[in-house]
Design a protein around this ligand. Sequence first.
Ligand code: NAP
Length: 242
Amino acid sequence: MKYALVTGGSRGIGRAICLAIAKEGYSVLINYKSNEQAALDVKKQIEENGGSAELLPFDVANPQSIDEAILGWQNAHPDDYIAVLVNNAGIREDAVMVFMQDEQWNRVLRTNLDSFFYVTRRVLKGMITKRSGRIVNVASLSGLKGLAGQTNYSAAKAGLIGATKALAQEIGSRKITVNAVAPGFIATDMTQDLPEAELKKMIPLGRFGNPDEVADLVAFLVSDKAAYITGEVISINGGLYT
Ligand code: NAP
C-alpha cells in the first residue's frame, strides 16, 4: 500500500487533493484539526470510489501534536512509509500591519510555515530510506506577489517557497521531489468573505478557480509523469499573476 498524507484534508483544496490522490491509488491519511465530520465525509467518498483512507487528526501549528500523530502512525505501520506529503493546511488572518496583533502574526506563521518544518521533518526519514518521495507545498499568489493586508500570510507563503527550493536541492539525490503550487483566488471557505464580483474583474479568466483544478495539478506533481520536476513553484491563478 502506498500512503499519502494531506494536511488540512477535510475541506476546500485539501479535500479535493485527497479525492484526486486516492484515485491515483494512494491510501490517503486525511489530516484535519477540528472538523471531524467533514473529514469523515471525505473518507466515505474515497471509499465509495473504491479507494482507501484513514483519519489522522493533529494541529499543524502544534509540534507536539504533529509528533504524537505521525510517530504514532509510523509505530503502528513499521513496514510502511508515507510516500507523498502535501502540506496544504493553512489559515489567513488579514489586518493592516499597523494594527496587526502579535497573535495574528504568530498564528499565521505557525500554521502556514512552521508546520512545513515540523511535519516534513517527521515524514522525510522514510522517504530518504526508500529513496523515493513526493512533497507538494500549497503556497499562494500572496507569497509571490505580496498582498496588502496580508504581511503575515505573504511572509509565511514566501517562506514556504524558499524552503521548497532549498529542500529540493538538499534531497534531489535521494530521488525525492519538492514543489510548490501557488493558487490565486480559489472558491473555498477561506475566500467566502471576499468580494468575489469585484475581484473577478481583475482576473483575466474572469472567475475564481475551483479546488478540483488545484487538486489535478497536485495529482500531476505527485505522479511518475512529474519525476523530473523539482524546486518549482507552479502558479494556478487564471492569469492574475505569472
Ligand atoms: P479552507 O477551505 O479554509 O480549509 C482549510 C483546511 O485546513 C481545513 O481542512 C482545516 O481543517 C485545515 N486546517 C486549518 N488549520 C489547521 C491546523 N492548525 N491543523 C490542521 N489542519 C488545519 O482553506 P483552503 O482555501 O482550502 O486553503 C487550503 C490551502 O490553500 C491553504 O494553505 C491556503 O493558504 C492555500 N490557498 C488558498 C487559496 C484560496 O483562494 N482558497 C489561495 C491560495 C492558497 P478543519 O476542517 O479541521 O478546520
